[in-house]
Design a protein around this ligand. Sequence first.
Ligand SMILES: NC(=O)c1ccc[n+]([C@@H]2O[C@H](COP(=O)([O-])OP(=O)(O)OC[C@H]3O[C@@H](n4cnc5c(N)ncnc54)[C@H](OP(=O)(O)O)[C@@H]3O)[C@@H](O)[C@H]2O)c1
Length: 332
Amino acid sequence: MADSTVRWAIVGTGGIARRTLGDLRLVPRAEIVAVCSRSEESADAFAAEWGIERGYADFTALCADMTVDAIYIATPHGTHFRYASEALRAGKHVLCEKPLTMTAAEARELKSLSVEQDVFLMEAMWMKFAPSMRRALELVESGAIGTPMFVQAGLGYPVPGDGPERFWVAELGGGALFDMGVYTIALAHLFLGVPDAVSTIGEIRPDDVDLHESYTLSYMNGATAQLTTSITYAIPPRGSVGGTAGSIAFGEMLFAPRSLRLMTGTPPQPPRIEDIEFEQEGAGYVPMFRAACEAILAGDREHPFHPVSATIEVLETMELVRAQLIAQRDAS
Ligand SMILES: NC(=O)c1ccc[n+]([C@@H]2O[C@H](COP(=O)([O-])OP(=O)(O)OC[C@H]3O[C@@H](n4cnc5c(N)ncnc54)[C@H](OP(=O)(O)O)[C@@H]3O)[C@@H](O)[C@H]2O)c1
């Protein structure tokens, strides 16, 4: 680490790399020193456009670059495990776009590698770092809504059939669940924990690309999460949590809500409503990048807001949902 700065490389020159790069630059102790693409032309063009020192078309060569401390993986889901495992083996810290991997087993393997190599590993679950989400957790921990018993979340976009490949190609992690279910399940896990039972209805194609699903997570204490995701129809990007003494409803977008509504009080009193607004830093990714940088500079292997164990738990739930979709399809 040069003078307490994390020197980052970005892998992938697509949508999310372009959306987040400006935010990474807003983090004081972060420097972007390299970009890696599958083609030299695109690496060089991206490096020139964004004023990045070095462009690579060879990921192994990037991993050998001693001036790179950390790698931010911004490529389709199906490529994450390959890039993250190679980066970790090379001793690089890794921040990887969601979902970290396509299976819980792969995520466990990455966690072992990060422990072996003593480097940082985190899925880029920016939702958990949003100030609104941190405030909601504080409110819940302070007992403001009593015991959390209910989570509702939905995300859906009618993605055109000729839209980005990553939604439609199974090997890249296509489908609604990998792309959007990762947020809804992460929200349920954040407030309710790991479910005791999962029940799903939806539609998955013969190539295992899921189109839409509605899934209920149930807990032995009576708590429930109702979650819906789709790549064929629109679902407002919202979430909420209800408890024995009140509720919190997040404003859009679920990934990084800019507001929340706290509703408390029990009948016969009318509800007390408090609307809280939050400033967004950059495009909303700054708190996550800052947290990752601080953890890396502190020598931590994980961040407590989103440890790899949480990623693994969410992937395990996702696997149950997928298994039920596949079983229903194969039985019909
Ligand atoms: N946090 C968020 O708000 C958010 C939003 C959107 C997406 N994401 C996540 O970010 C990741 C990338 O999404 P995106 O929308 O940026 O995807 P994308 O534009 O389809 O792809 C990103 C880049 O990855 C590289 N790439 C594409 N296909 C590849 C392949 N088969 N093998 C290796 N590299 C490939 C390409 O870069 P080169 O041509 O330079 O190789 C491409 O430009 C996904 O995991 C997604 O879940 C997160």
